[in-house]
Design a binder for this molecule. Structure first.
Ligand SMILES: [Zn+2]
Length: 217
């Protein structure tokens, strides 16, 4: 605590950004760093801003996000949105995990505006997360908003917390999925998976690292 700036602000008006910055100063001091050296002077502030951005999803209001972009359409075929990039923070290590989310649903009279799906993904990615939970939350949210015939979510991601532990794991991907409603049917699920464009064999080879390994089909 020795290197903290004079604490002359009112504790009652707690400013999360400032609190994070002070905590980062504590971490740097604990490492034995010189807080006054040029490269570190702005680091607590930068890290605080970064964490504020990376956890902004807690503040998002789902109704405001959707904002009426639900449309009544008689379209009984599968709607598929592939390769939605995301970056999140693993809640066990506060390190990034990042990759792609693939979304599919079969409407039951209602569809959602295309731009809203990546924003729903972001709402859940910008929190402290587990990939498994994020996958389920995205699926449950679409189920709740659209009440479709079914929803399928597949998330593939690399986790910095495993990548840092050995060169051989650098390409390991973790794949999670959530299949609701008629996506429990193997034919429908496989149609979705076929859009993603890799086969069962590929996926099992590439995500062998993680204890929560999932296989398609
Ligand atoms: Zn982790």
């Amino acid at each position: 605590m020795a290197n903290l700036p004079p604490s002359n602000y009112d504790e009652s008006e707690a400013d999360p950004c400032r609190q994070i910055a002070e905590a980062v100063r504590d971490i740097l001091a604990s490492i034995g760093e010189d807080l006054d050296r040029e490269g570190l002077i702005q680091t607590p502030k930068r890290v605080a801003q970064m964490y504020t951005e990376l956890t902004a999803g807690y503040q998002v209001d789902l109704n405001a996000l959707v904002n009426g972009a639900i449309f009544h359409v008689d379209y009984p075929e599968m709607v598929v949105v592939l390769d939605i990039d995301f970056s999140s923070l693993c809640e066990h290590h506060l390190l990034p995990f990042f990759g792609k989310v693939h979304v599919a649903y079969i409407p039951d009279g209602r569809v959602i505006g295309l731009s809203k799906i990546p924003r729903i993904v972001e709402m859940y990615a910008r929190r402290l997360q587990m990939q498994e939970r994020m996958t389920v939350e995205i699926a449950d949210t679409l189920q709740h908003i659209l009440e479709p015939q079914g929803v399928g979510i597949i998330v593939e991601a690399k986790h910095m917390c495993t990548m840092g532990r050995g060169v051989e794991k650098i390409n390991a991907r973790m794949v999670t999925r959530a299949m609701l409603g008629n996506f429990e049917d193997a034919n429908i699920r496989n149609e979705f998976i076929s859009h993603i464009g890799y086969k069962d064999e590929d996926s099992t080879q590439h995500h062998h690292d993680h204890q929560h390994e999932e296989r398609f089909a």
